[in-house]
Design a protein around this ligand. Structure first.
Ligand code: SF4
Length: 491
C-alpha cells in the first residue's frame, strides 16, 4: 500500500484506501505567507489538519515545513495522492513524476461522468439545472422511479421568501464546536507567526465557528437535519442583519475540508423528508446546493481550464479599495455593506446571497477587476478554495465570462436588498432614491453599471428591459456625475 499524501482539504476517511493506510500530511507555512488569508480560515485549516493527524496517531507522518517540496523530498516510500483541488496543486503533484495521482474524491459526480454529460450536450449550453436533474436520476436522490418526488424538479419559487419581520429566524443555533488544546496551540502559533512578521491575516479569529473534525461535522449535520433543515428552504435567499446564520447548514466548510462526503449529506436530508421531518421544498433546495451547484462548480473549474480565471468580459479594471479588502466595516455607512463586511470580518463567512447580491453586486457595479475580486473571496471566506471561487466569482458573480455560467449579470439596486433583507430599515440611505444625499449607492450604482456596459450587454435579451429603462431616467446625468465623484470611497 502506498503512503497517502493528504492535502488539508482531504481529511475524511474516504480519502484513504484502508483505515490503516500510512499517511503523510504537510503543513506548509509558505501557503499562508504567499497570500493574506482570513485568520479564521487559517485557524480552521490548521486545526482540521492537526486534529486529523492526532486521530491517525502513529499512522500519520506530520511535517511542518516551509514548502511541500522540502517534505516530499524526504519520503522514501511510494506516494499516492487523490486528485488535488486546485490546478496549481495538480500541476505540482503530476509534475514531480514520483507520485501516483488518483481520481478525485469528495464529489457526487465523477470527472468521467461529467465529461460524458458534456459530450451528450452537443452544442447546447452547460446548464446547472440539467446537470442537477441528471445527477438526481443517476444517484437516485428524491426520485420515484424516473420521476422526481412530488412531481417537480425545482422548488425555487417556494424558496424565495423575504425574511420574516423579526430580528432572527428563531431556529435552533447550529451545533457550535468546542475549542480544545489543539485550537489553543494553533492560535498561539498564528500569533507567533504574525509577531515574527512571517505572515499577516485578515479579520478576527475566534471562537472557531466551523467544524474541524469529522465528529464535529457529523454533529453539525445531525443538528441541521433535526432542527434547521425544515426552515432552510423558504428563507434561503433572505438576509437578516442580526442573524447571519439563519437556517443555513454551515456544512460547506467541513465538506470543502473533505470531512463529509456530499452523498452522505444528501442521504440524511432525503431521509428527513421521507420521515416527514422536513418539507420537500426545503430538502430539494438543500439537495440542489450540494449535488447540483457544488458539484457543477467543481466540474466547471476543471472543464473551463485555467484561462477562465483571467476572463474580463466587462473590461473591469478598478482596484479593490482598502476599506473593502481590509473588511473595514466601520468606515462604511451603507447598512447592508457595513453589516456584511462586519460578518465576514468576524466569521469569514456569510451565506450565498450577501456574497452574490451585496458584496459581488457592489464589486461588479463599481467595475472592480474580477481577478482581484476572486482572490479576495478566496482569501476572506473559510469555505473558499480556488475551485469554488473561480467559477462562482468570475462567472456567476462578476459576469466576467460574458455569459458562460450565468445568463445575465447579477446586478441589482436597493429595491432587491430592501425586499430580501432588513438592512434598509436602519440605513442612512433610501433604496428608492437615485440622486442626492440619501441616494442608495446600490440603486445609483445599478444604473451607472448599466450605462457603462450598455453596449457590451445590448445583445442579451434578459437585460434588454433594464437597459431600455436607462432612456426613461430623467436624472441620469446627475446620477452618473454623483457616482463618478463617489469613485472608490466607502459609501
Ligand atoms: Fe443597502 Fe441601499 Fe438599503 Fe442602505 S438603502 S441598506 S445602502 S440597499
Amino acid at each position: 500500500m502506498t503512503v497517502r499524501w493528504l492535502f488539508g482539504d482531504q481529511l475524511g476517511p474516504h480519502f484513504l484506501d484502508a483505515p490503516d493506510q500510512p499517511v503523510l500530511m504537510i503543513e506548509a507555512r509558505s501557503v499562508f505567507a504567499r497570500r493574506r488569508f482570513h485568520r479564521a480560515k487559517a485557524h480552521l485549516v490548521l486545526s482540521a489538519m492537526r486534529h486529523r493527524a492526532a486521530e491517525l496517531g502513529g499512522q500519520c507522518t506530520y511535517v511542518s515545513t516551509d514548502t511541500y517540496a522540502q517534505a516530499l523530498d524526504d519520503v522514501a516510500e511510494p506516494l499516492s495522492v487523490c486528485h488535488p483541488t486546485s490546478s496549481a496543486a495538480l500541476r505540482f503533484a503530476v509534475g514531480r513524476g514520483d507520485i501516483d495521482v488518483l481520481p478525485a474524491r469528495g464529489f457526487a459526480t465523477s470527472m468521467e461522468v461529467f465529461d460524458a454529460w458534456v459530450k451528450s450536450r452537443g452544442r447546447r449550453r452547460l446548464l446547472m439545472e440539467d446537470f442537477y436533474r441528471d445527477a438526481r436520476r443517476r444517484l437516485h436522490v428524491l426520485m420515484e422511479d424516473d420521476e422526481p418526488v412530488g412531481g417537480r424538479w425545482n422548488f425555487d419559487a417556494d424558496n424565495r421568501e423575504p425574511p420574516p419581520r423579526t430580528p432572527t429566524l428563531g431556529v435552533a443555533e447550529p451545533e457550535w464546536p468546542i475549542e480544545d488544546e489543539i485550537d489553543l496551540k494553533v492560535r498561539d502559533d498564528l500569533d507567533r507567526w504574525e509577531r515574527d512578521g512571517h505572515v499577516s491575516f485578515l479579520g478576527s479569529d475566534g471562537p472557531r465557528r466551523f467544524a474541524a473534525t469529522r465528529g464535529e461535522a457529523l454533529a453539525l449535520l445531525d443538528g441541521f437535519i433535526a432542527h434547521r433543515l425544515a426552515s432552510f428552504g423558504p428563507h434561503e435567499d433572505a438576509m437578516l442583519s442580526a442573524d447571519p446564520w439563519m437556517a443555513h447548514s454551515l456544512l460547506s466548510a467541513p465538506m470543502n475540508l473533505g470531512l463529509l462526503d456530499p452523498r452522505e449529506v444528501v442521504a440524511r436530508a432525503e431521509e428527513a423528508y421521507h420521515r416527514g421531518d422536513a418539507p420537500l421544498a426545503s430538502v430539494e433546495g438543500f439537495v440542489r446546493q450540494v449535488i447540483g451547484w457544488r458539484d457543477f462548480v467543481w466540474h466547471l473549474y476543471w472543464h473551463l481550464a485555467d484561462s477562465y480565471r483571467d476572463l474580463n468580459a466587462l473590461d473591469a479594471t478598478e482596484a479593490l479599495p482598502d476599506w473593502f479588502s481590509e473588511l473595514d466595516a466601520e468606515s462604511v455607512d451603507a447598512a447592508c455593506l457595513s453589516g456584511i463586511l462586519a460578518d465576514v470580518r468576524d466569521h469569514g463567512w456569510v451565506n450565498h446571497i450577501p456574497r452574490l447580491m451585496v458584496l459581488g453586486n457592489y464589486a461588479m457595479q463599481r467595475g472592480w477587476e474580477p481577478a482581484q475580486v476572486t482572490d479576495w473571496f478566496h482569501r476572506a471566506f473559510v469555505d473558499g478554495y480556488d475551485w469554488v471561487m473561480v467559477p462562482n466569482v468570475v462567472g456567476m458573480s462578476q459576469y466576467a465570462d460574458g455569459g458562460i455560467l450565468a445568463t445575465k449579470p447579477y446586478a441589482a439596486g436597493g429595491a432587491y436588498i430592501k425586499k430580501m433583507s432588513d438592512y434598509c430599515r436602519g440605513c442612512r440611505y433610501d433604496p428608492g432614491t437615485r440622486v442626492g444625499p440619501d441616494a442608495c449607492p446600490f440603486t445609483a450604482g445599478y444604473w451607472a453599471f448599466l450605462h457603462r456596459n450598455r453596449e457590451r450587454l445590448s445583445g442579451n435579451p434578459r437585460i434588454a428591459q433594464p437597459l431600455s429603462g436607462l432612456d426613461r431616467l430623467s436624472d441620469l446625468g446627475p446620477l452618473l456625475a454623483q457616482e463618478s465623484a463617489r469613485g472608490s470611497s466607502a459609501p
